[in-house]
Design a protein around this ligand. Structure first.
Ligand code: FE2
Length: 381
């Protein structure tokens, strides 16, 4: 492990010095995927991941051109959308990127102000503020562009009591769903092209009022063969954290290059979901067929010398192949799925934090070697 990591700010310090937050965020509102077959993807998230179907929009609800399924677990909301029109933006998005994240929606108190403040600072507008109404009240939304073809939608729902958004009807899963203990979105990671990372960090700092939290250079994140660079930005209260990765030169092609080749632009690489009991979450996900990256037994040889004492049963940690890391404030446990679609693009992280507020730097090497083994099998290394 190197010492090149530069902690720039601690979360608690973000509030101090400087002007009041012009973009207060309550958290992630939803993550929307554009998908080739939303109905079947929704089944996967219900059966394998234990999400409950809570709302639906489609032909049966008067929507003629698309279908959307809203799935919830804890405070995590995923939306899966498919288009019926071969020429729509949704269909084009799926054709170009495969199934992928289109919208990282942010929950705000004032969507119009959020839009105006960010556009004033240079955000490229996607759709201006509009109010949607139904018998449960009203929701205001507005969207801006971020990296690749990804959007941030500001969602103001303080005057709404419905299941999701006006236009959606409440729905229920057809089978009994059993949650696996996932609570909130911990962070969402973006991959951008070589040389673009700093530009997007600047966007989050200047346009969104985020602060740079951590910098990882290619010495932190490298194996014998590949390297990448990453910077983590956070909003003022720390509820929304976006690491941004770019490829770095190595002997072989990094996982970021592979992602960009298959996603055909920058985009969301992984979504980290927080659990309070990673052992039961991962046990259950494995039982239901969710496929995780594999780290070899040797990972555990010096692990406990490195991270010290942990509360969890070591044999269980090994058996489930869970990764552990420690920072100054505590430790964390994490595990990464393989990509959840056929293209090697989007995947999930399961994370449990026991005081640690960092991102598992001590695991980067083992993790990236694990990804390289997968790349080798795919012929993309
Ligand atoms: Fe992560």
């Amino acid at each position: 492990m190197t010492t090149a990591t530069k902690p720039i700010h601690k979360l608690e310090e973000l509030h101090k010095n400087g002007s009041p937050d012009f973009l207060p965020l309550n958290g992630t509102d939803y993550v929307e995927f554009y998908a080739g077959n939303a109905k079947q993807s929704a089944y996967y998230y219900q059966v394998a991941w234990g999400f409950e179907l809570v709302a639906y929009a489609g032909l049966e609800t008067g929507v003629k051109d698309r279908a959307s399924y809203v799935l919830q677990q804890g405070k995590i909301r995923l939306v899966l959308t498919t288009s019926f029109d071969p020429n729509s933006d949704i269909t084009m998005h799926v054709a170009k990127h495969g199934d992928g994240v289109k919208v990282l929606a942010l929950w705000v108190e004032d969507a119009e102000k959020s839009f105006n403040e960010t556009v004033k600072r240079g955000a490229k507008p996607f759709s201006p503020p509009r109010t949607m109404k139904d018998e449960f009240g009203e929701v205001k939304v507005a969207s801006i562009h971020t990296y690749g073809e990804t959007l941030h939608t500001f969602v103001e729902r303080k005057n709404y009591t419905g299941a999701f958004l006006p236009g959606y009807q409440p729905a229920k899963s057809l089978l009994k769903t059993t949650p696996v203990g996932l609570k909130v979105v911990d962070h969402c990671v973006g991959n951008v092209e070589l040389g673009q990372m700093n530009q997007w960090v600047k966007f989050y700092e200047e346009v969104m009022g985020f602060k740079l939290l951590i910098t990882f250079d290619d010495k932190d994140i490298s194996t014998e063969f590949t390297a990448l660079m990453s910077k983590v930005v956070s909003n003022g209260n720390g509820y929304v954290k976006f690491p941004i990765n770019e490829p770095a030169k190595g002997k072989k092609r990094s996982q970021i290059d592979e992602y960009l080749d298959f996603y055909k632009s920058g985009g969301v690489q992984h979504i980290a979901l927080l659990t309070e009991d990673i052992i039961s979450t991962v046990t259950e996900l494995r039982k239901r067929g969710v496929d995780f990256l594999y780290v070899p037994e040797t990972y555990y040889d010096d692990l406990f010398a490195r991270v010290g004492k942990i509360d969890e049963d070591i044999e269980q940690i090994k058996h489930l192949n869970i990764l552990v890391d420690r920072d100054e404030e505590g430790y964390l446990l994490q595990l990464f799925t393989k990509p959840v679609e056929d293209r090697p693009t989007v995947f999930y992280e399961i994370i449990q934090r026991k005081g640690a507020k960092s991102f598992g730097k001590g695991n980067f090497k083992a993790l990236f070697e694990a990804i390289e083994r997968e790349q080798e099998q795919r012929g993309t290394l």
